[in-house]
Design a protein around this ligand. Structure first.
Ligand code: SF4
Length: 366
């Protein structure tokens, strides 16, 4: 088997590779030019052979590039859906094509399995903004107020959490936990924009944290206005990690799954997804009749995951992601409480509002 670096960087596009991968190229040819495909295909063939040989599955997040998402991913979707699939599969080795907190969530839900990430540097600005110690201080400051954390957090934060949420269920989780505790306030952390967008949809008073996703916070309402001016009739779908005034300019605002479902169900002629760049390619593959306008904000952390990195990961079984068992047990409770929640119809939250939501308090490190 070739070692990473020398031979792998020169893997040739042979007749055998063509035979093994041509059916995959048919799926992605609308978003990957042929000349580029011949660089990817040898890795795809090698990865798909090796994962079967070692009994691994690859979890591919919506923000992976299409040669990863569509061609080597066994399960594809948002982070929580991937972690749930990881828990269900019989495979004992899970390769997370995503960022580190996602691999931790997979490990938390599947402690007996080996969870690998191809690049340990695949972090997240949002997850890095908050620690377990920060959450303990918040709980001291606001006793008796439930702590809801976004799944985009580290295991030590989840371990200090009463219940987790995702962008598709945050409003319902907040209302549920406040009803259960008989309170009218919630600590919803660490994404200040998700918290503001939730605050617009509920009467619960929201205390949040000065964290943000570096990809989504860069979008402005002026960006949306320019896109509309240049593309009359375009349908604008935005992620709730964007600032509230961006959502106020959109036609629909929801999670990555919510946006993908919107395109599948509504079949807009022209659409723009206000989120990470690769998502448009991946949704476009499944919706060839829709034209995608592509403003490109890349997540530098997600982009650390590459085909050569995945191949090396399968060859070397590096890098294993572990979570200290006591912490994992506490974190699992917070994730499991959310999974077990009877959400109304399981519907995706649509965050459309007037762009001026108020929050009760914005906390951060002094
Ligand atoms: S897109 Fe944003 S939230 Fe997702 S991993 Fe990148 S920085 Fe983190």
């Amino acid at each position: 088997m070739p070692a990473f670096g020398s031979e792998i960087s020169n893997l040739p596009f042979t007749d055998e590779v063509r035979e093994k991968t041509e059916h995959l190229y048919d799926e992605v040819k609308s978003v990957i030019p042929r000349i580029e495909w011949e660089v990817h295909a040898p890795y795809i063939a090698a990865i798909n052979d090796l994962k079967k040989e070692v009994g691994a599955v690859i979890l591919a997040h919506n923000y992976m590039t299409p040669e990863i998402f569509a061609c080597v991913g066994d399960f594809r979707g948002d982070s929580l859906m991937l972690a749930k699939e990881a828990a269900k599969t019989d495979a004992q080795i899970i390769v997370q094509a995503g960022v580190h907190f996602m691999a931790e969530t997979s490990k938390i839900l599947s402690p007996e399995k080996t969870v690998l990430i191809p690049d340990l540097r695949a972090g997240c600005s949002l997850a890095a903004s908050l620690t377990g110690a920060d959450v303990r201080l918040l709980k001291e400051k606001y006793p008796g107020i439930p702590v809801v954390t976004y799944v985009n957090t580290t295991a030590d934060v989840k371990a200090e959490t009463d219940i987790c949420c995702t962008s598709s269920n945050a409003v319902q989780v907040v209302e549920h936990i406040c009803g259960e505790w008989g309170v009218d306030k919630v600590i919803l952390i660490p994404d200040q924009y998700l918290a503001k967008n939730v605050a617009a949809m509920t009467d619960i008073k929201v205390i949040t944290w000065a964290g943000a996703c570096e990809v989504h916070e860069r979008f402005t309402k002026e960006d949306i206005q320019e896109i509309r001016a240049g593309n009359p009739g375009v349908i604008v779908l935005a992620h709730p990690e964007c600032p509230p005034d961006v959502l106020a300019e959109a036609d629909y605002a929801g999670s990555t799954s919510g946006m993908a479902n919107y395109v599948k169900d509504e079949k807009p002629a022209n659409v723009v997804l206000i989120t990470e760049c690769s998502m448009s390619d991946n949704v476009a593959i499944a919706n060839p009749e829709t034209n995608f306008i592509r403003p490109c904000n890349l997540c530098p952390h997600m982009k650390r995951i590459t085909l050569p990195g995945i191949l090396e990961c399968l060859q070397t079984m590096q890098h294993e992601v572990t979570v200290e068992p006591e912490m994992a047990e506490k974190a699992k409770l917070a994730v499991q409480r959310m999974i077990d929640l009877p959400l109304k119809g399981g519907a995706q939250q649509n965050y459309m509002h007037d762009g001026n939501p108020k929050i009760f308090a914005l906390e951060g490190r002094a």
